[in-house]
Design a protein around this ligand. Structure first.
Ligand code: NAD
Ligand code: ZN
Length: 360
């Protein structure tokens, strides 16, 4: 048995208002006045001075607003990298992603591609990155994906949606300021929060589970139950807890894997562009035969928060389109092996997946 030797986020700040310290944190990392810090910021914050006025800019530093309307693409990463190289005479001192999973993943990918040749497409997969990334910092403004702790950055390329999984992917620094998630709209809060809940269910129910993953997964699972089902928490407590649930949920899948919901959700995302959080919810809603207890809790949470999931999103699809989604889902072998064991191919058929998609 070979045990994996995992890298982790090397530094972490947690606290309400800790965003004010970003300047002090970055300062020692500046290489010189020509090597800028590039802030990739979700464009939902454009014109929001409560946040943007606290982004510490000096010398040639710049803010680039990026839309999170669509999930990150390999072509988008390539363009950003080329643009940064053309604009600045020196390699940046660092890349800082401020936003949700979309912006965090973009920041990770850009920091990798600034030191590795070619296109991001060439690095989708496991351990293909050769050179260490430049210094990169993650500041989540919505919680649940676990991207802030993970060893991957999920990108959609011309022929697949797959992460750049590497030892150079995790952030060098993460800043968790629960105040930053205060204005997330309720639906999105639920969808991204459920990403965390589903990570826990898939990890805790999986065959890859060990005590490392279990410990993190159970903590995150309990936090999610508190956040989404209890009436006792103040808004601030719920924000603090969700940030930590996302962290623990992400840690839980480091040593294990996600499962059936993520496999099917990747299919929806690839063909229809359905975003990760909502896609996971649409799929998980139909998975009671795989995760009976988790799905029952999910239904309670959905009802409590009055969430209406999109319906009939596969109603108009033809056979070819179902086949594309099924191919994407089945190509994610580690997810199925985690969910159903080594003999997973005997337990899941194309027909079964199609039936599941048809009711979504
Ligand atoms: P997101 O980043 O796509 O953002 C969702 C929406 O919330 C956007 O409209 C965004 O503008 C808005 N938003 C973000 N912060 C806000 C705030 N403070 N106030 C108001 N609106 C705000 O959402 P997400 O669910 O965090 O991320 C999804 C992405 O994460 C997907 O691309 C997925 O592939 C990726 N992901 C990555 C990992 C990983 O380990 N790398 C794990 C899971 C998911
Ligand atoms: Zn996820």
């Amino acid at each position: 048995m070979i045990y994996k030797n995992y890298p982790m986020v090397s530094r972490i700040v947690f606290g309400r208002g800790s965003f004010n310290q970003l300047g002090d944190i970055l300062e020692p990392k500046r290489k010189n006045d020509k090597a800028p810090f590039i802030f990739l910021v979700d464009d939902v914050f454009k014109g929001n001075s409560w946040l943007t006025a606290r982004i510490p800019l000096a010398y040639k530093d710049e803010i680039r607003y990026v839309s999170a309307e669509e999930e990150p693409k390999t072509s988008q990463v390539d363009e950003l990298v080329e643009d940064i190289i053309l604009k600045h005479s020196e390699r940046p001192s660092g890349i800082i992603g401020i936003g949700g999973g979309t912006l965090l993943d973009l920041a990770k990918a850009v920091s990798i591609m600034l030191t590795n040749r070619g296109s991001a497409v060439e690095y989708q997969g496991w351990d293909l990155v050769k050179n260490p990334a430049i210094y990169h910092v993650g500041v989540p403004t919505i919680s649940g994906t676990g991207s802030e702790v993970s060893r991957t950055t999920v990108l959609t390329g011309p022929d697949k949606k797959l992460g750049i999984n590497s030892d150079y992917t995790p952030f060098d620094q993460v800043l968790l300021d629960p105040e930053l998630i205060k204005d997330v709209p309720k639906e999105q809060w639920f969808y991204t929060g459920m990403d965390c809940f589903i990570h826990c269910v898939e990890s805790l129910d999986g065959t890859y589970l060990n005590e490392f993953s279990k410990t993190y997964g159970e903590k995150a699972f309990d936090l999610c139950k508190d956040i989404f089902l209890s009436d006792e928490l103040t808004k601030e407590e719920a924000q603090d807890k969700l940030m930590m649930a996302s962290w623990h949920g992400g840690m839980s899948i480091a040593y294990s894997q996600v499962g059936v919901a993520h496999a099917l959700s990747y299919g929806l995302s690839y063909l229809l562009g359905v975003k990760h959080g909502v896609g996971n919810c649409v799929v998980f809603n139909q998975l009671k035969e795989f995760y009976p207890e988790g799905v029952a809790l999910f239904h309670q949470m959905k009802e409590k928060h009055d969430i209406e999931l999109p319906q009939n999103i596969c109603a108009e699809l033809d056979q070819n389109e179902f086949d594309i989604m099924i191919d994407v889902a089945l190509s994610l072998e580690p997810l199925w092996e985690n969910a159903l064991g080594k003999k997973w191919k005997k337990k899941v058929t194309r027909q079964k997946l199609q039936e599941l998609y048809q009711v979504m």
